[in-house]
Design a protein around this ligand. Structure first.
Ligand code: NAD
Length: 496
């Protein structure tokens, strides 16, 4: 066992009871209320953060509104926005270990993995978005205007920042999800009010410190901590917000989408998933099993595009399931500060109970638990679990569990695999394990999901748009697609 030592800066950050950033001020909630954060590896209280009131949220939105409409920020040039984003990324690089430790203590994930994955991906993404700041273009158009045949015109299309962005994110990748919103917002010149998940606000608060240190004007980035039901809802309903961007469950996303439509607030929704991993007969079963295991067990299965449904062509089914069970049984569970640990705790007692309910449901309906199927404490641990002998229509196959639980089903041919892969309300990601180029290219266009990976799973890149078909959401994060979602088009026609 090798336990990472906490940096003095990590301990100091937690001990000083972090506050929220509204405009230039680090503040308590208006009514002084707080909410406790827990360390998922122990269940013990880590610290308290402010529980924002509606009034706090309104003040944060007003600060963002003023910064967008009437501050030096509204006049920044692309080069300055590019340089500021690079500066922010550099500061995150400097504090990468601290950010990773906060993520570990607050979320339960491995600090070592968080540093190379969550934090580094967030830094790389901000640098990628810094590049776009200087490449946002409109176009000029030669127009006809048939109603005025004798006139001449000059016409062009501007791409303008959408304005004040209300961002609400989930707890599974707290820093990375926040940066997926912040990057395109700051590249295009928007301002942001971020509401991190109730459970995991610490890295967002540290990020706000770094935004200040980088030299962004006051009000460009505001962070409010609090509950979804109060702070999240207040942000969603605030008429001064121009765009809402949400990452979370499909149930909450649907509500936010409806509210956004009432006021025609622009909206991006990154929601749940139940992504298939498809192993074809020509694939090497050993490496496909290793890939399928990491597709579901990474981040304790709390990944929106986790490969949580496994379809294996019948000839390899028993071998692939046995290999995954072997990998799962060998996994060491424990604190994310222990570098010898393969899997950490789930985020909360509530999530542990939810995952456990699904495992019990499987048992009760006669499915076979091929491995795992146990939970333990202190902390919120569930062993990596594989379930077989389960029907495609079962809730275990159709519903998002959001934990280390894999359901595996055999298939006979390509058509069978496609039918089951697409038989889901969700459409976030899918992976195909095969070297049969013709089969792979036949399948890619027929899979209804926002991402398809071949011989890998959940592999993300800042340049590749990420988002969902069907109930997995509306819009895309990352890539140039994100720039489009943070800008409006304005058509200009000048009669000469
Ligand atoms: P959640 O929907 O319960 O909460 C997400 C956020 O919404 C939190 O900040 C929460 O405080 C806030 N919220 C809750 N109720 C609200 C309301 N009424 N109004 C406004 N805000 C409200 O989701 P969760 O349990 O935190 O996260 C897990 C879900 O997120 C899973 O379904 C997962 O698939 C999804 N997710 C999707 C992506 C993606 O990119 N598609 C990425 C990560 C997670």
């Amino acid at each position: 066992m090798a336990i990472a030592t906490l940096l003095p800066a990590t301990t100091a950050f937690i001990q000083r009871a972090p506050r929220m950033l509204i405009g230039a001020e680090w503040v308590e909630a208006a009514d002084g209320q707080t909410m406790p954060l827990r360390n998922p590896a122990t269940g013990e209280q880590l610290c308290v953060v402010p529980r924002a009131t509606v009034d706090d949220v309104d003040r944060a939105v007003l600060a963002a509104r003023q910064a967008f409409d009437d501050s030096p920020w509204s006049r920044t040039r692309p080069r300055e926005r590019q340089n500021l984003l690079w500066k922010l990324a550099d500061l995150m690089q400097r504090d990468a270990e601290l950010l990773a430790q906060l993520e570990c203590l607050n979320n339960g994930k491995s600090a070592a993995v968080a540093q190379v994955m969550d934090v580094q991906l967030a830094i790389d993404f901000l640098r990628y978005m810094a590049g776009w700041a200087t490449k946002i273009e409109g176009s000029s158009v030669e127009v006809s205007v048939p109603l005025m045949p004798d006139q001449q015109f000059h016409s062009f299309i501007r791409r303008e920042a959408v304005g004040v962005v209300g961002a609400i994110v989930a707890w599974n990748f707290p820093l990375l999800l926040a940066c997926w919103k912040l990057g395109p917002a700051l590249a295009t010149g928007c301002t942001v009010v971020l509401k991190p998940a109730d459970e995991t606000p610490l890295t967002a608060l540290k990020l706000a410190e770094l935004v200040q240190e980088a030299g962004y004007p006051d009000g460009v980035f505001n962070v409010i901590t609090g509950t979804g039901i109060t702070a999240g809802a207040a942000l969603t309903h605030n008429p001064l917000v121009d765009k809402l961007t949400f990452t979370g469950s499909t149930a909450v996303g649907k509500e936010i989408g409806k509210i956004a439509m009432d006021s025609m607030t622009r909206v991006t929704l990154e929601l749940g998933g139940k992504s298939p991993t498809i192993v074809m007969a020509d694939a090497d079963p050993g490496s496909a099993a290793a890939g399928a295991a990491s597709a579901i067990f990474f981040n304790q299965g709390q990944v929106c595009c986790a490969g949580s449904r496994l379809y294996v062509q019948r000839k390899h089914f028993d071998k692939v399931v046995a290999d995954i069970a072997g990998i799962a049984n060998a996994m060491k569970l424990g604190s994310g500060l222990d570098t010898s640990v393969d899997m950490g705790p789930l985020i909360s007692a509530r999530q542990q109970e939810r995952v456990w309910r699904y495992i019990e449901m499987g048992r009760e309906s006669g499915a076979t638990i091929a491995c795992g199927g146990e939970q333990f404490g202190p902390g919120y641990f569930v062993k990596p679990t594989v379930i077989v002998d389960v029907d495609q229509q079962h809730s275990l196959v159709q519903e998002e569990i959001f934990g280390p639980v894999l359901v595996a089903i055999p298939f006979d041919d390509e058509a069978d695999a496609l039918r089951m892969a697409n038989d889901s309300p969700y459409g976030l990601g899918a992976s195909i394990w095969s070297n049969d180029l013709a089969a792979v290219h036949r399948m890619i266009p027929r899979i209804k999901s926002g991402s398809v990976w071949v011989n890998c799973h959940s592999a993300l890149d800042p340049a590749l748009p990420f988002g969902g078909y069907k109930m997995s959401g509306v819009g895309r994060e990352m890539g140039y697609a994100a720039i489009e979602h943070y800008t409006e088009l304005k058509s200009v026609l000048i009669k000469l």
